[in-house]
Design a binder for this molecule. Structure first.
Ligand code: GLY
Ligand code: MN
Length: 464
């Protein structure tokens, strides 16, 4: 948690940006897993954390952009609660730690909102992504759950995304701490990697590190010899010599800032020539992006640079023909890397995507998002000093996708489907690091220290 002044300044800036109305920032609630009292680990909403810093369930933050008031709504723990949870600070005490003096019972929020709505005041809220929050907002605002998205505040989404996207020095420091958790996770995975080990043994060990040193994983770990499946959460495989293991994992530090890295390496500890050739193409794309990123660039340019590098490599391997420009323009690279080059990083591992991108229909805000240049619409995302993003190119040989593109007659004369046959069971390679855009260029989160990444570095650790 940061100093109260930081949260107060963020709230004042948000009120200033919105200019009018009431801004509702609900925190998350405890969510039941398989029966009511057995809940998932609690994860606070990231925007609530950003403006209110508190990791307590069932609080709602309210900012009044007209009067300048900041308030917290929530219920103090009762003795019945404390029997189970132990002594807890009061809402008033919690508020004081983040510079909020005005605290109220949750039941009073309805009255306040009802009054505001009756006065014709605007109530800004972000698109909710959890069922409990949807039901609460629906109840408080008198909007059917299915209609909440139509009434979300695009002004608020863009203001929050712009603010959260530009990381302050205190946030960079937290991201650096999370890097070290990620470093320990990945180097442990490398050291455990040997034939006969079950993928889940590695996944379990590294998730334990995330939990022991921080809040836990920043997303479910991907530890699989089927790297061609982008988010492969099945870790049942037994490691076999000759295959590649892809490990995409990260941790959340104690302040909830994330890390997200991917490494791919041979189970045997030695790359075959074929694996090395493909690996070095991906590494070249990764390194080219890391040389290129600078403030003012559009994310789409960075993505294209990665695609061009990968295409050049595939042409050199004989898997594509013609020029890299033509291959990229024809969309052929979507066969080999069907995902974006990277995403924003911060309190969310896909930062601010609760406000846009894949989670919600954002066609209606695309133009405004592009004008604002925030990462909630990656096609229009403009990198700025303080942006943190992943650099995660990959090459994947996905039999079902290869077969479909071939059957559909796609990329004829570009993709050499015959040559591709020899790669059907190759798997996939991804390399991922986290990059901070600076005033003059960029630097990797982690600074001088990096997770082993070259063929030589990986062979030295995995094949020791
Ligand atoms: N590393 C997981 C993801 O970027 O989706
Ligand atoms: Mn990622």
């Amino acid at each position: 948690m940061f100093h109260a002044e930081i949260y107060a300044a963020r709230r004042a800036e948000l009120r200033r940006r919105l200019g009018e109305g009431i801004i509702l920032i609900p925190g998350n609630m405890l969510t039941s897993n398989n029966y009511p009292n057995n809940t998932y680990y609690f994860r606070q909403d990231s925007s609530f954390l950003y403006y209110f810093g508190l990791n307590t369930p069932a609080l709602v933050g309210v900012l009044d952009a007209d009067t300048g008031e900041d308030a917290l709504y929530g219920d103090d723990f009762t003795v019945e609660d404390i029997i189970w949870t132990g002594p807890q600070p009061s809402l008033r005490e919690l508020g004081a730690t983040v510079g909020v003096e005005r605290t109220f019972p949750l039941a009073e929020l309805r009255e306040r909102l009802t009054r505001a709505i009756a006065q014709g005041r605007r109530v800004h809220y972000l698109p909710p992504y959890r069922g409990e929050t949807k039901l609460m907002l629906s109840d408080l605002l008198g909007i059917k759950p299915e209609a909440l998205h139509d009434r979300k505040s695009v002004d608020l989404m863009l203001a929050v995304a712009e603010m959260r996207e530009t990381k302050g020095p205190e946030e960079i420091e937290e991201l650096e701490k999370s890097f070290h958790i990620g470093y320990a996770m990945h180097t442990t995975a490398m050291k455990m990697c040997r034939a006969g080990v079950v993928e889940r043994e590695i996944a379990g060990a590294i998730e334990g590190i995330a939990k022991a040193h921080g809040r836990g994983v920043s997303f479910p770990s991907i530890v699989s010899q089927h790297g061609e499946t982008l988010h492969n959460l099945h870790s049942d495989g037994i490691l076999e010599n000759g295959r590649l293991l892809l490990c995409d994992a990260g941790g959340e530090g104690l302040s909830y800032y994330c890390s997200d890295h991917t490494r791919t390496y041979p189970v045997s500890g030695r790359f075959t020539q074929k694996q090395k050739d493909v690996y070095n193409i991906v590494l070249e794309a990764h390194d080219r992006v890391a040389r290129l990123i600078a403030p003012g660039m559009m994310y789409a340019e960075v993505h294209k640079a990665a695609y061009l590098t990968l295409a050049e490599g595939l042409i050199a391997l004989g898997l594509m023909h013609g020029t890299a420009e033509d291959a990229v323009a024809a969309g052929a690279m979507t066969l080999f890397m069907p995902h974006g080059l990277g995403h924003g990083m911060g309190l969310d591992v896909h930062d601010c995507e609760a406000m846009g991108e894949r989670s919600f229909d954002f066609a209606q805000i695309a133009e405004r998002a592009a004008a604002s240049g925030t990462c909630i619409y990656r096609a229009g995302w403009k990198l700025r000093p303080g942006t943190v993003m992943t650099d995660e190119p990959g090459l994947y040989f996905i039999p079902a996708l290869i077969d479909k593109c071939k059957a559909d007659g796609l990329y004829r004369g570009i993709v050499d489907y015959e040559a591709l046959e020899a790669y059907r069971d190759f798997g996939g390679i991804r390399i991922e690091d986290d990059i901070l855009v600076t005033e003059t260029g960029n630097r990797m989160i982690g600074g001088e220290k990096h997770i082993p990444v070259t063929v030589e570095e990986l062979e030295a650790v995995v094949g020791r």
